[in-house]
Design a protein around this ligand. Sequence first.
Ligand code: ARG
Length: 463
Amino acid sequence: MADNSSNQMWGGRFAAGPDAIMEAINASIGFDKRMAAQDIAGSKAHAAMLAATGIITDSDAAAMKEGLDNVLGEIESGAFRFSAALEDIHMNVEARLKEVIGEPAGRLHTGRSRNDQVATDFKLWVRDQLDAAEGALLALMRALVAQAEAGADWVMPGFTHLQVAQPVTWGHHMMAYVEMFARDLSRIRDARTRMNECPLGAAALAGTSFPIDRDMTARSLGFDRPSANSLDAVSDRDFALEFLGAASICAVHLSRMAEELVIWSSAQFRFVTLSDRFSTGSSIMPQKKNPDAAELIRAKIGRIFGANVALTLVMKGLPLAYSKDMQEDKEQVFDAADNLMLALAAMEGMVRDMSANRDVLEAGAATGFSTATDLADWLVRVLGMPFREAHHVTGSLVALAEERECDLPDLTLVDMQGVHDAITADVFDVLGVHNSVASRTSYGGTAPVQVRAQVVRWKEALA
Ligand code: ARG
């Protein structure tokens, strides 16, 4: 027997326990206890397989199952006492199982290692997050589609360089985010498909001489198959990197949308009014209503992409197979996942609650000579002008309007004919913002008819 001061899980060859600093740098229990449910699920699957293959007795497996359920109950109720001396969740659970069921607990670790155990637990945890992210993205997309449906034909300025470019519809702008979040969703689903191979049974790195059934454990934990190379199985953290990659891109999208909400809710824009439920006040300026949630969502990319960079650098240059460096994977992923879920939920709430100020949007749509392209297109279509010439003529008309300090529709026909004598009164039809958006019926264009078609398509897909 090892002496009391050495580790009961691996202390056989040790005469003394670890230095306090060693324990502090080594222990992961402070954070990996979040994987308790996954750890216990993995152990139950492993125990059942050990019995099914005759490696342990049915009665030992039954004791393990009952004991593991009890341990999970203790953890869930908060009664469990986690120990840093036992390093991590794997050894904390096993040590407690020993206290609860005695000797059979010692057989649970047959044919496995903490290396395949942690890879399995962590995969299960990340997989749960992918599923949660999928649900959160779907909810956010539904909220955006509802906004788009309500305002499919509301006009607003469309921007390039944040300068008014052409009128677009509110519905079109909302649906642009639906497309972005749909790609995020597809990345999440894609990552889930690729990651769904079970590392359990890879053991420390080389597999095991016990006649284990890896298909059985893989199946019972909801994996598609066991991973095919034991060295890869214990040292792969791509699944976490893919999650962080997909989360980072999603956080970029959230950040862009959040930025628009910050701008749009300002007194200068007033495009939208955010609900009180998703706004905050100022402790000194009584009139203030601040878009804090949007600002925080805008910022979340910092920590999420930070986690992506951090884990990429942890993994870079690691030789096969397991190295303790990989224990640095979890806190990054936990933090990124928590913040992604929070940001998605907050964005969904804001989108659901916000009201677009239709009149302000419409007034804005007509500013900045936003229908100049429609005018140029009219010159091409009706007068048969080459587009480059039409562009030039329109430019002169814009300059004239600027000089007169008016908008394009405020120019007189005489003014227009002064620039090009073939222009007729019909031109005024295309200068209105509603006609402008209604004319953009090309597939994926901003015309209400196109927006409504996309809304129908997405409502069906999201039903
Ligand atoms: N706490 C460890 C981790 O998170 C578990 C695996 C430890 N394996 C080992 N051979 N020390 O990576």
